[in-house]
Design a binder for this molecule. Structure first.
Ligand SMILES: [Zn+2]
Length: 298
């Protein structure tokens, strides 16, 4: 059976698997990303993991990585959390594996997975919003993902929701990411209470903890503000919420959907849905990239 190697490089772990054409995930590996050992160690680990998974049935490999990626050149340009610049990952892996290899950024990979095998399948006008450490989106119009003039469409995390609000590392103030990302929810709860809790625990405490309820209400409200703006500009019929914070499920979906309805009183808001791919979204995205590079069967 033909398979591909799929590698999802994150700031914490590298998830890798062989994936069949049916989408079945085989031979999973998960290793810690050696960020503290430097960019060279991260690249070496990616090559090592790919070599473990390589066998006679493998026909291509796909890799998704955070940050700025040039898919046409096959180069991972920049990722602040991995400390790398201009890593020629495709050339390195092609020479190691003697296979076709494709690379893309993790958010576009997740968008590809959601559109191909996930909740957004068959929906020509949709948005897939990744809520993790940061916030970014894939916007699909007329069946085509928007790329933009500089390949930077979908940076909804840096849309201003609070003029003169909290400073953001991007240089602006009041960005969505400063209020509604997983990191922001944890940080803002800590600032109010002095307690260090991860975002998912802040969400779980909202019924019993007024500070948790306040932080979460501000997060979901900020997200709804930006989704309403996006709806007015590109009119998606479906918005899929994915990424680490999406494990909050209905606790995330319900307040955002309600606020979206309030902000769009004169029109039907887009359907709001949670991703069905969970933590596998990156591996599926990498596998789909690999299949797009695979030679025809037979
Ligand atoms: Zn920003």
């Amino acid at each position: 059976m033909r398979t591909v190697i799929a590698i999802d490089v994150g700031g914490t772990s590298i998830k890798a698997a062989r994936v069949a054409e049916s989408g079945e995930v085989l031979d999973r590996h998960r290793v810690a990303t050696p960020v503290s050992a430097g960019a060279g160690a991260v690249v070496a680990t990616i090559r090592e993991v790919a070599a473990w998974l390589h066998d006679a049935d493998v026909v291509a490999a796909g890799v998704v990585v955070p940050g700025i990626v040039d898919p046409a050149a096959g180069v991972a340009r920049y990722a602040a959390n991995l400390g790398w610049r201009d890593e020629p990952l495709v050339a390195l892996l092609q020479s190691d594996l003697a296979l076709p290899v494709r690379i893309d950024n993790d958010v576009r990979g997740a968008g590809l997975a959601e559109r191909s095998v996930g909740r957004a399948r068959g929906v020509p006008d949709c948005m897939i919003v990744m809520l993790g450490t940061g916030i970014s989106a894939v916007i699909v119009t007329g069946g085509q993902p928007m790329w933009g003039g500089a390949g930077m469409a979908g940076e909804v995390g840096h849309v201003c929701v609070v003029p003169n609000g909290e400073p953001c590392p991007c240089g602006q103030r009041g960005c969505l990411e400063r209020y509604a990302s997983g990191a922001a929810v944890a940080r803002r709860y800590g600032a109010l209470t002095g307690a260090a809790l991860p975002a998912e625990e802040v969400v779980a405490r909202q019924a019993v903890d007024p500070a948790a309820a306040q932080v979460w209400a501000e997060a979901t409200d900020a997200l709804a503000t930006v989704l309403a703006q996006c709806t007015l500009v590109v009119d998606p019929s479906l918005v899929v919420l994915a990424g680490g914070l999406a494990i909050a499920g209905e606790a995330l979906r319900a307040p955002v959907a309600a606020a979206l309805t309030t902000r769009l009183p004169w029109r039907t808001p887009p359907e709001l849905a949670m991703s069905t791919l969970g933590a596998d979204v990156g591996v599926h995205g990498a596998a789909l990239l690999a299949w797009s590079a695979a030679p025809p069967a037979g």
